[in-house]
Write a protein that binds this ligand. Structure first.
Ligand code: NDP
Ligand code: PMR
Length: 388
């Protein structure tokens, strides 16, 4: 951990783990400066990438045993938004197995470092890299940094999200898109598209791209019918660029902004995107594409912008009334299963868990499984992130 802070605060060095030798931290000239947080303008980080010392095994290289059999090398998984909640719990669960090296792709470097340490993640089991999904430049820079680190990519988890339930006015990403859809969908869409090349190059036996979905984006459930209901309409607002000023900040083109609906809409986008990836790439590449509803993790930072009364009552309501509550640790194990369990290799699936915490293939709502809408969403999103 000492190394992380060293790398974070050193003004002109960049620590990059090299393939097959993650333990040795190589210093290279810094090429970027990144402000850590808007609230801390004076703190500027030049080193964006830091790993801890002495990994259990070397990601990227297959180790040979004395009996001649090959041992599966350590896998490398990138998890966005691993600084809290589900992402952090899954990072910990995967790192603890010793089978995975976790790249924590986070917007707040120091928060991620502190969270990993507080969670008891072993030195050497993870690398923190800066990623702000609210900026497409940052997404591209992350991909460049990841490639410079010369690690294979075996699994990508698009987990980060923001939820702005009380917002009546939209806020916008660096590229001018409404923030919830910009971060939860568009940032991840570009990231996943760019990293497909890296996933395809991996020699790992089961490569996976996982995008978090949710029950609240599925109108075939009770939770999905709590107002405001998700709905993308004909995507006219998205096609108009979600700008808010001369058009709409909502995907369906609605005149007024609704922060809670914008989040739920973004979750439909996440689930549709996973299926479109599956249709376009699974057969050709063998990569597994999956989404999931991990359960109601009512204690996470996702609800940080909700009113205090909601934050007080929501966990007991989910625990005792709906019985949909799941702890952060349990949800982390669920996501870790989708990353690495040999029985969850089926592609195009939306996983959920029953009362006994057994996984099953869940049904998506009609809209969240509409192939025509998925295609249209894909094409508009390509234009918005500049890869059309
Ligand atoms: P948290 O708020 O705890 O975690 C969200 C993570 O996303 C944080 O690490 C946050 O970073 C990160 N993040 C936010 N904005 C950005 C950005 N611009 N760039 C990079 N990272 C960003 O929420 P959860 O753990 O609950 O949510 C994780 C996923 O699980 C989400 O996709 C959510 O939709 C899904 N989910 C959650 C459910 C729940 O009940 N909680 C239910 C169903 C699905 P920072 O720490 O810096 O804020
Ligand atoms: Mg919901 C089986 C019932 C169930 C489940 C599993 C959830 C999950 N919720 C259920 C029911 C209800 N909720 C009911 C009956 C109500 C009305 C009292 C209700 C209300 C409610 C609110 C106000 N629920 C919420 C909110 C939120 O602000 C959360 C949200 O929509 O975030 C987008 C939420 C959630 N309920 C869930 C889950 C998992 C959430 C968080 C959603 C997510 O991350 O997608």
């Amino acid at each position: 951990m000492a190394l992380q802070f060293q790398a974070t605060l050193l003004p002109s060095t960049l620590s990059v783990p090299k393939k097959g030798n993650l333990g040795a931290v190589v210093k290279e000239p810094a090429f970027l400066s990144v402000s850590l947080k808007a609230k801390k303008p004076s703190l500027v980080v030049r080193a964006q990438v830091a790993t801890t010392a002495a990994p259990v095994a070397s990601p990227g290289s297959t180790t040979s045993r004395t009996d001649g059999k090959k041992t599966l090398r350590q896998g490398v998984v990138v998890i966005t938004g691993a600084s809290s909640g589900l992402g952090l719990a899954a990072a910990k669960a995967l790192a603890e197995t010793g089978k995975w090296h976790v790249v924590m792709a986070c917007r707040d470097f120091l928060k991620a470092a502190t969270a990993a340490k507080a969670a008891g993640m072993a030195a050497g089991s993870y690398t923190i890299m800066h990623l702000d999904l609210a900026s497409l430049d940052s997404v591209r820079q992350f991909v460049e940094n990841f490639r410079r680190a010369d690690m294979p990519l075996d699994s990508l988890v698009c987990n980060a999200a923001i939820y702005r339930p009380t917002a009546r006015q939209p806020t916008f990403t660096a590229d001018g898109y409404e923030m919830s859809v910009g971060v939860n969908h568009l940032g991840h869409f570009l990231l996943a598209r760019l990293l497909m090349d890296d996933l395809q190059k991996s020699d790992y036996p089961s490569r996976r791209l996982i995008i978090l979905g949710s029950i609240t984006g599925n109108s075939n459930t009770l939770a999905g019918n709590v107002p405001p209901k998700a709905g993308l309409g004909d995507l006219r607002g998205l096609a108009g660029g979600l700008r808010g000023q001369n058009g709409s900040a909502m995907i369906d083109g609605a005149e007024s902004f609704d922060g809670a609906k914008a989040y739920k809409d973004s979750k439909i986008c996440n689930m549709l995107t996973m299926q479109e990836f599956h249709r376009r790439f699974h057969e050709e590449t063998g990569i597994t594409f999956a989404s999931l509803y991990p359960g109601c993790i009512a204690t996470t930072g996702l609800f940080r912008e909700h009113i205090p009364l909601f934050r007080l009552l929501f966990p007991p309501f989910q625990r005792f009334v709906t019985k949909g509550f799941v702890s952060e640790a349990e949800s982390g194990k669920r996501l870790a299963q989708v990353v690495s369990d040999p029985s969850l290799t089926k592609s195009g699936v939306y996983w959920s868990w029953n009362k006994d915490s057994a996984s099953f293939e869940n049904q998506l709502s009609q809209e969240a499984s509409d192939p025509e809408k998925a295609r249209k969403l894909w094409e508009i999103s390509e234009k918005l992130v500049g890869i059309a």
